[in-house]
Design a protein around this ligand. Sequence first.
Ligand SMILES: NC(=O)c1ccc[n+]([C@@H]2O[C@H](COP(=O)([O-])OP(=O)(O)OC[C@H]3O[C@@H](n4cnc5c(N)ncnc54)[C@H](OP(=O)(O)O)[C@@H]3O)[C@@H](O)[C@H]2O)c1
Length: 278
Amino acid sequence: MTDDTKILVLAATGNVGRHLVTGLHAAGHAVRAVTRDPGRARVPAGVEVARGDLADPGSVEACLAGVGAVFLLWPLHTGDRLPAVLEAIARRAGRVVFLGTGGVPDLPFEKQDALVHGLGIESTVLRPTTFAVNLLWWAGQIRAGDTVEGAYGQLPMSLIHEADLAAVAARALTSPGHDGATYTLTGPEVLTQAEQVRVIGETLGRPLRWRELTREQAYRRLLADDSFPDSFADVLLDGYAAMLAGPPPTLTTTVEDVTGSPARPLRRWVADHAAEFV
Ligand SMILES: NC(=O)c1ccc[n+]([C@@H]2O[C@H](COP(=O)([O-])OP(=O)(O)OC[C@H]3O[C@@H](n4cnc5c(N)ncnc54)[C@H](OP(=O)(O)O)[C@@H]3O)[C@@H](O)[C@H]2O)c1
């Protein structure tokens, strides 16, 4: 670590970044939150906000003055700018925590690990399973009725709460012992999509049921859903088909090992997001 103590959080307005900024600030750390649009960012009082765009590595470097540690994820569709952003971070900070992505075709996991761990600064890669927050894709159906329609209802997943990801990231950013690690992070349980619907219903206190669609029906449903990006429909369904063909997820205890608290179960995530389903 350098003597600089400020923590830079990129993608600070996202699911994980919001929790991370709030948690680091509450624990007394100086935080600079990066967004492309500082005017719209809502952060706790006392958190500094800076403008930065990952597509423009120079704008990220301009955010790094006085920073000791950086949280980074990669929301772009190609990885071509990632080396330049990481090099900028390594020039100015002593530690980076990178939230891995499975969604960038030219950035396989091995390449992400090699880039991040090859920087010559302290580095940690977080490799999570599916985010529980993806279940908000069903929120419109659940608000409108008691049935959730989709394909691959028997697909088993381990869903992880975004707050657990932020908690692991906070530890890796602020405590020793995480350098060189790639952490595979899961939730505490494996549930099929149909079982997830049941748990949502039980937690909300409403009977909900899964209705199986063919892939083609599910594809058309996603295209008709204005809240779902059309370009992601094939990617999602192809990903689910591939997951179903592979082995079921293997649970890890890494969230608890790193944070001291067990990973939050799905019913806790639903309770935290209940207002979004009514
Ligand atoms: N969903 C899953 O199941 C899953 C599983 C594993 C990994 N992941 C990975 O997790 C990441 C998404 O994390 P999340 O859910 O916390 O984010 P999110 O809620 O989807 O929000 C995206 C964040 O990225 C920022 N962002 C987007 N484009 C940017 C750019 N050009 N420059 C700077 N910031 C930019 C946005 O900030 P502003 O708009 O404020 O600039 C926002 O804070 C992705 O890399 C995804 O591949 C997701």
